[in-house]
Write a protein of this length. Sequence first.
Length: 454
Amino acid sequence: MISIVRLTEKLFNKFFPSPFTIAVILTLVVFLLALLLTEQSYTKIITGWEKGLWNSSLLSFTTQMMLMLVLGHSVALTKFANSIISLITRFCKDTASSVFFISFFSILVSFLNWGLGLIFGAILAKKVGENLARNRVKINYPLFGAAGYCGLMVWHGGLSGSAPLKIAEAGHLRDLVTDDKLLKILPNNIDFSNTVFSNMNLFVSGFLLLLIPLLFYIIAKVSNKESDLNINLKSFENKKINTKKKYFAEKIDESNLIGTLFGGIILILSFKKIIFSSSLDFINPNFINFSLLGLALFLHSNFKDFLNSINEAIKGVSGILIQFPLYFGIMGIMTSSGLVYVFSDFFTSISSEFTYPIYTMISAGIVNIFVPSGGGQWAVQAPIILQVANELNVSFEKTIMAFVYGDQLTNMLQPFWALPLLGITGLKARQILPYSMLIMLGGMTIFLFGIIIF
């Protein structure tokens, strides 16, 4: 198994360009397919592509996803988060116990917010490694990195998942399709009670939380790659105390009272919505970001520390900013040319009501390798999977969650989102991939089991 993993890793490193280059290549491939498989002219296809690039509602979605990562990252850089991480390190005595706890908390936090979970897992892996290195305990540090990254295999089925959040917004589903018959059938929105908090997803997420840490524990026990580690430490706390005389404006920026009060007001407004709402339709990207903003401000206590954390976190969103419009352009080509119907007819011909969710998960996993973005991938695949689900009489909710499982599954194979973790831990992608791919196989078994029995 390890030899197969290493061969796959070598092939990826040798032949796969940057994610942006892949997005450009996919754009050209879809353009050519539209020319070959439909009767549309190249001018109409280009027009559809350009409209897709600058689709205002999808660009708004881009901003929402960027804020979600940045604000989640900011929360992970607070002293409160650091104290929780320090507490967890006390239970980590060796590689096996360490990867068990790192993976458990990475999954748990990632279910709440993917940006927070990603950075929390990275810092936790770093801190645990640092603690054991001080005590001269030999460890398998790359396995720590894989454990910190595994939360990306549960994120899309969590509270910050792109597809569940967007379909909870009124009108989003109908913005994705152009077929009149489908427009009449599609609901205005699908709230979290039918997706994230559905019986199927709670079952799947619960099993992931229990079995993935156990699988990491077993891998650690059978692995013989432990060694001494010298970690180049990096502090994540706000550093120097400035002893210069402070002006009134600086005192406002550094006021713990003002920062905590403002963050507290936002949190109170969020809790009020939770308490007094009769359904879960209030959970959408704006609500998540509003709550994260309040939490980050409250935990940092002052505006200066908050803004410093934002400056650090914003470095990780460049991929979203520049790549999402390309994915939206691909969606524009597919819908304007009718290519979406060509693909949907193919899936309809090979699928049944029982097999379609499985095929949806597999196809989403494959596409995620080339389009490593839950939001961008949703924009590309949503028109197809909704069309076929309607034709095969498969529930939209189950189809969407099958897509979610496929998208998050192959994050363990596609290390694009691991870049912040690799920067924090000092590891390389090729060091964590052999382990994350083994975890992917375990996750695939759980996802398939959940889709089949529900």
